[in-house]
Design a binder for this molecule. Structure first.
Ligand code: NAI
Length: 484
């Protein structure tokens, strides 16, 4: 993709977006759709050193991860699941470089699609690093070594995303000790794999490599497993993942990791003392931090907190007039691509003078493991802590004909409604296609549905979505396919 011509003189735009991840590209697209002259500055380079749009999320985050997980699930099914169907496959083998190439082809194609949409809307796409200067100016430093220049705009949207936190005692070399990007680009299967962090990222990476045959263990300093989802779902996840063979060690703080003779020696501490592991690869998935280093010149006076997040108000406005921060850069919600996308659209519409709103209360969260975990709204724990009177209905996927037919019977749907007015307050799912099933719950909550509304909505039979319907019926002890 050719770089846009950068004039030596300041060039004026209505909007300059810095960053072309999901938050940035969707913001740029909506700005352009609303008639604003828009530029988007991004410095991502793919493995071949070529520019590509889509940022971390597309190139080394969820999209790359779900693509590899689909390949890994296919391999695992051929090896372990299909014989039950009377299908026998022999001599199944896995070609890791080919699998990685397949993933790269998909993300390249998707990145190209974003470029096409940019071109369609006449968005100036600039391959460079952008830095906020004073007075709504962006310094543009091209990656091809040409001189920096300055562009100015009426509005600036910062959307540079986040990157993995580095641990000083487990230095990433991306050969033996790898970050989450390199972990999606391994060129061979490690026999024994350790992961620091049993959070969202660690679990997603474990789902891929364990399915391909790596003996996988996760070390997490936290005593409890997955603190964000509803705890009933977290307990179920712990049970399912352990039964699948994942070695989940909680309360295990890694204190050192070093390469030694083509292995990684990992030291960790738990209640019983210090332990040493010898593994082929170590993945560091210990959290992410916002990419705000070098994003603004000191004289710009952009206000950040002590962890580098940009201070914003409820409209994503920073302390500087006309400057917005969206996606992983702010603390308005979790680091999720679709949160960034919505903020991108929200800010673009504000700039264009439209009335716009964003409802963080109905933001779905998804963990792309196998089975998947997805939720929207409040957990049972948080509601009980707040003293809200609730009623809870759960339904296991194993009681649906579709899950049985698919051989994907693990998991459950849990619905929480207000005890008095019946309003839906939270929906929590662990199971096959949870990421898709949750959309119905999001829509229901967006439309202020009650559990009665769900119970009276006709769901096709046999489908996985019936488990959602049945969970609503379970609230009234009126399930059809389970004796409750
Ligand atoms: P996380 O904060 O969820 O988990 C990191 C874990 O590493 C923590 O539990 C922490 O206790 C542990 N840890 C840190 N240092 C350690 C040490 N020395 N020894 C043992 N354990 C240690 O971070 P994660 O998984 O990297 O995710 C970061 C953000 O990115 C999250 O907000 C998440 O929502 C987002 N994300 C979202 C995805 C999705 O939507 N599917 C996918 C991946 C990330």
């Amino acid at each position: 993709m050719p770089n846009q011509l950068i004039s030596k003189q300041p060039t004026h735009y209505d909007v300059i977006v810095v960053g072309a991840g999901p938050a940035g590209y969707s913001s740029a697209i909506r700005c352009a759709q609303l008639g604003l002259k828009t530029a988007c500055v991004d410095n991502w380079r793919n493995k071949k050193g070529q520019r590509t749009l889509g940022g971390v999320h597309l190139n080394s985050g969820c999209v790359a991860s779900i693509t590899l997980l689909e390949s890994a699930k296919l391999y695992h099914s051929l090896n372990h699941r299909i014989s039950k169907h009377g299908i026998h496959a022999e001599n199944i083998s896995v070609d890791i470089p080919a699998m990685i190439q397949h993933k790269d082809d998909i993300i390249d194609a998707l990145g190209h699609k974003i470029s096409e949409v940019f071109a369609h809307h006449n968005i100036d796409s600039i391959h460079a690093s952008g830095k906020l200067l004073k007075a709504r100016q962006i310094e543009i430093t091209p990656l091809d070594g040409t001189a920096a220049s300055v562009l100015d705009a009426k509005h600036i949207i910062l959307a540079t995303g986040s990157s993995p936190i580095q641990l000083p005692y487990a230095k990433v070399d991306n050969e033996f000790i790898v970050d989450s990007f390199a972990a999606l680009n391994l060129n061979s299967l490690p026999k024994k794999l350790a992961i620091i962090g049993a959070g969202v990222n660690g679990l997603e990476l474990a789902a891929i490599w364990s399915r391909l045959g790596a003996e996988t263990l996760l070390l997490d300093a936290q005593e409890s497993f997955l603190s964000l989802p509803d705890q009933q779902i977290s307990r179920e996840a712990y049970r399912i993942f352990s039964a699948q063979g994942l070695d989940l060690r909680l309360g295990a703080r890694v204190i050192s990791a070093k390469k030694s003779r083509n292995k990684v020696i990992v030291d960790y501490q738990d209640q019983e003392g210090t332990h040493t592991l010898r593994v082929d690869k170590l993945i560091v998935a210990s959290g992410r931090k916002p990419n705000t280093e070098n994003l603004s010149a000191p004289e710009a006076n952009l206000l950040l907190d002590e962890n580098g997040y940009i201070h914003v108000d409820e409209n994503c406005r920073t302390n500087l007039p006309g400057v917005y921060a969206i996606g992983d850069l702010n603390l308005l919600g979790p680091m999720l691509a679709h949160k960034g996308i919505e903020e991108g659209v929200f800010v673009a519409e504000q700039i264009a003078g439209l009335h716009s709103a964003i409802d963080y209360a109905t933001l779905p969260s998804v963990i792309y493991t196998d089975p998947e975990i997805a939720w929207v709204g409040q957990t049972e724990q948080s509601l009980r802590t707040m003293g809200v009177a609730i009623k809870v209905g759960t339904f296991p996927l194993s009681a649906t004909a579709r899950a049985q037919a698919m051989g994907k019977t693990e998991g459950l749907v849990k619905i929480i409604a207000h005890a008095e007015n019946d309003a839906l307050l939270g929906v929590h799912i662990i199971g096959a296609h949870a990421s898709e099933l949750i959309a119905e719950a999001v829509l229901a909550m967006e439309f202020s549905a009650s559990s009665e509304d769900l119970a009276r909505t006709i769901h096709a039979h046999p489908t996985l979505s019936e488990s959602f319907h049945e969970a609503a019926l379970a609230l009234k002890k009126m399930t059809m396919h389970l004796p409750l």
